[in-house]
Design a protein around this ligand. Structure first.
Ligand code: CTP
Ligand code: MG
Length: 233
């Protein structure tokens, strides 16, 4: 048995609005994708990492892999081109995993500082339970339902709500079968757990972490830079 990691990095990063796709933006001179490659291939498992990138970034990604992953690593790495929607990119990544992969983690390149401990927490819970697993954090802000004019209609009870992150972990057959059967094109899912939820699978949570924060807007770039400056990561 082998661990599979699908690192999705094929988005355009429209909300960030940088000159390059989001996963190729640099923090302290390293692209986001480099942080993801480094953490995944540092995990003490026999594993295969599939990196899903925009087609025209494949050559650059192969060079980055060569500079990060040692030839004697217990990890093998391949690069595949992404799709129009995130779930399509994930599906292409899963299809590229070797037969012997039995547990799959899907991770956003846009979360460069997710820790090895978080990866291990997700992997352990998948192995312990046989269920799908997502990292989750409580919600601090009060939640309101508003209409298109911004008028508040109600306060939402946040007690049963959590905010979820990646890496998200799955038994391989669960995520592969869900992608094969779920109707995703009319109503695209915003995470991978939603794909297996639509197929009726049970999804569990483990404790997430602040440092797994996702780069979405320019403000998030400031937050990630602060994590580096304050030695949080
Ligand atoms: N992603 C992908 N393929 C897509 C869309 C997204 O691989 N067709 C990846 C992104 O590269 C990112 C992760 O999925 O690492 C999370 O998506 P998101 O934060 O939405 O990134 P983007 O789609 O790039 O950003 P935006 O929605 O602002 O354009
Ligand atoms: Mg997107």
């Amino acid at each position: 048995p082998m661990l599979g990691v699908v690192l999705v990095a094929a988005g355009r990063g429209e909300r960030l609005g940088a000159a390059v796709p989001k996963a190729f933006v640099e923090l302290r001179g390293r692209t986001l994708i480099e942080f993801g490659i480094a953490v995944a291939t540092s995990l003490p498992h026999r594993g295969h990492l599939v990196i899903v990138v925009p087609e025209q970034r494949a050559a650059q990604t192969l060079d980055l892999i060569d500079s990060i992953v040692q030839p004697d690593s217990s990890w093998s790495v391949t690069v595949v081109p992404g799709g129009r929607e995130r779930h399509e990119s994930v599906s292409f990544g899963i299809d590229a995993l070797p037969e012997s992969v039995n547990t799959v983690l899907v991770h956003d390149a846009a979360r460069p500082f997710a820790s090895a401990e978080l990866f291990e927490r997700v992997i352990s819970e998948v192995h312990r339970t046989g269920d799908s697993v997502v990292p989750a954090l409580p919600i601090a802000n009060t939640l309101k339902r508003v209409d298109a004019e911004g008028i508040v209609h109600e306060t939402i009870d946040r007690t049963p709500l959590v905010a979820v992150q990646t890496p998200q972990g799955f038994p391989r057959e669960t995520i592969a079968a869900a992608h094969a059967t779920a109707q995703l094109h009319t109503d695209p899912p915003t995470d991978d757990a939603e794909v297996v939820q639509r197929a009726g699978a049970r999804v569990r949570t483990v404790t997430g972490e602040m440092r797994a924060h996702k780069l979405t807007t320019p403000d998030d770039l400031r937050i990630l830079e602060f994590f580096l400056a304050a030695n949080v990561v």
